[in-house]
Design a protein around this ligand. Structure first.
Ligand code: ZN
Length: 170
């Protein structure tokens, strides 16, 4: 059972298969994005604007004790801003970003939805002033009956978080 995908055709992933467990090879320096809900890896690649110039390894549907199945992305020579990391929380949770230096993990952070999200998402409301004029978008996180939602500060419309992935613009 080998399930690894090559993205962009630039980096040939090396997979270690010890019989029971499938492991994506370690990177020297860069970022490991782990605990991605299975099936979301390619969406994250799009949102993070990774291109054919990036050296990426993607593992999908890997066994996970906590999650059952998970995806993982490893990117050589690349780090991400807190804004980029937290924008991922809009489409996938839990997700962790680990920074790797000389094959050692030097930090690990779990993404979380920020209370305020500025500029990252375009307001889906075509009548919103931010859609018509050159104004930076601004959303606030709101909890409605136990469910996280985003409210546009300008048009005051409330949106479910999941569909907002289509409107992310980093
Ligand atoms: Zn709006």
């Amino acid at each position: 059972m080998r399930k690894i995908l090559k993205y962009g055709g630039f980096y040939m992933s090396k997979i270690i298969d010890d019989g029971s467990k499938l492991v994506v090879d370690k990177i020297q320096n860069g970022t490991v994005i782990d605990h991605i809900p299975a099936g979301k890896a390619f969406l994250l690649v799009d949102i993070l604007n990774l291109s054919e110039h990036d050296k990426i390894m993607i593992g999908t549907n890997l066994a996970s004790k906590k999650m059952g199945r998970k995806d993982i992305i490893k990117i050589e020579d690349k780090e991400f801003t807190p804004e980029q990391m937290n924008s991922i929380a809009i489409v996938a949770r839990p997700v962790t970003f680990s920074v790797i230096k000389d094959r050692n993990r030097i930090s690990k952070e779990q993404v979380h939805l920020p209370k305020k999200i500025k500029n990252i998402i375009k307001c889906p409301n075509e009548l919103c002033i931010t859609s018509k004029e050159n104004i930076n978008s601004n959303f606030e996180l709101e909890n409605v009956e136990g469910k996280d939602k985003l409210r546009c500060v300008y048009c005051e419309k409330l949106f479910d978080i999941e569909p907002m992935s289509k409107y992310i613009n980093l």
